[in-house]
Design a protein around this ligand. Structure first.
Ligand SMILES: C/C=C/C(=O)SCCNC(=O)CCNC(=O)[C@H](O)C(C)(C)COP(=O)(O)OP(=O)(O)OC[C@H]1O[C@@H](n2cnc3c(N)ncnc32)[C@H](O)[C@@H]1OP(=O)(O)O
Length: 290
């Protein structure tokens, strides 16, 4: 992996990050974090493992700062074509850190734009992200999984938006993304009751792309898929993610028009020539990523 310069972002006022955790320069794979682990178990694949087991990977501000930092580096890293985010077999993530939030006031939450930093995952990371979900994916954990581009899960995973039980509502996109994914009636029932749903149901309802019997299989298949994606032209992969995501914002007519414009623009890429010439000559394409 190439070396990337790094200056740690300023931590939230609520949970100061100790000075000794400030790291100034390292490569994405070699970076050492406290609350996440970053590795590259397959060529072209960046694996981010949430690693706060005692709190079931509760998503505190320091954890999200580390996650954002790692994702920013992987997004810039030329050797990384796709990213997998996972947790432990017990918990992908049990939500935002309730102990961090419990004494927050409205004015502080509002003026500091609390959890706004969560959105950089979906707005800044242009490489595909697969969430490999085992165990609990509750509240912010479910929202984090839904910010990914693809969800794989084990059949026994436990998804849910239980915020109603805490006297609040989803705050990181749950009410919007869950409703888009599984429909209004089901999402409304789940959000109003705080009931959980299984990985098996997530697959049946279209939230998860694939469901596995074993947690290990879930992660292994996510890594394999990420490796496949990483083997394609970076230009085409980025464009494909962009146009699929546009479908969430645009109506079909505008979306189809948008897709056609991006499709046209790819005739300006080297990889379109490489890919189509290789097909015509019955050869394997050697992507230039240009
Ligand atoms: C914008 C986003 C908003 C949100 O996400 S709001 C939060 C939504 N999530 C939840 O409401 C889930 C909260 N957690 C739970 O309900 C339970 O946990 C589980 C059902 C997931 C698991 O229960 P069990 O197996 O009995 O474990 P345990 O003893 O409750 O948890 C182990 C340790 O993990 C801490 N923990 C769990 N979830 C969170 C969390 N979301 N924020 C902060 N800490 C959490 C606990 O407190 C405890 O810690 P200790 O051993 O020190 O008592």
């Amino acid at each position: 992996m190439n070396s990337l310069r790094f200056i740690r972002p300023v931590a939230s006022r609520f949970v100061p990050v100790p000075a000794q955790r400030i790291v100034r320069s390292y490569s994405a794979a070699a970076t050492s974090y406290e609350l996440i682990m970053v590795s590259s178990p397959k060529p072209g694949v960046g694996l981010v493992t949430l690693n706060r087991p005692k709190a079931l990977n509760a998503l505190s501000t320091p954890l999200f700062l580390e996650l954002n930092d790692a994702l920013r580096k992987l997004n810039q890293d030329n050797d990384t074509g796709a990213i997998v985010i996972t947790g432990s077999n017990k918990a992908f993530a049990a939500g935002a850190d309730i102990k961090e939030m419990k004494d927050l006031t409205f004015s502080t939450a509002y003026t500091t734009d609390f959890i706004e930093l969560w959105s950089s995952l979906s707005s800044q990371v242009k490489k595909p992200i697969i969430a490999a979900v085992n165990g609990y994916a509750l509240g912010g954990g479910c929202e984090l999984a839904m910010m990914a581009d693809v969800i794989y899960c084990s059949s026994t995973a436990t998804f849910g938006q239980p915020e109603i039980k805490l006297g609040t509502i989803p705050g990181a996109g749950g009410s919007q993304r869950l409703t888009h994914a599984i429909g209004k009636s089901r999402a409304m029932e789940l959000i109003l009751t705080g009931k959980t749903f299984s990985g098996k149901e997530a697959g049946e309802w279209g939230l998860a792309a694939r469901v596995f019997q074993q947690p290990e299989e879930c992660l292994e298949e996510a890594l394999k898929t990420a490796e496949v994606i990483s083997g394609y032209s970076r230009v085409a992969v980025k464009a494909a993610k962009e146009v699929v995501n546009k479908s969430q914002d645009l109506g079909v007519r505008d979306g189809v028009e948008y897709e056609r414009r991006v499709f046209h623009s790819l005739f300006g890429s080297k990889d379109q020539k490489i890919g189509m010439t290789a097909f015509a000559e019955k050869k394997q394409p050697q992507w230039s990523n240009e």
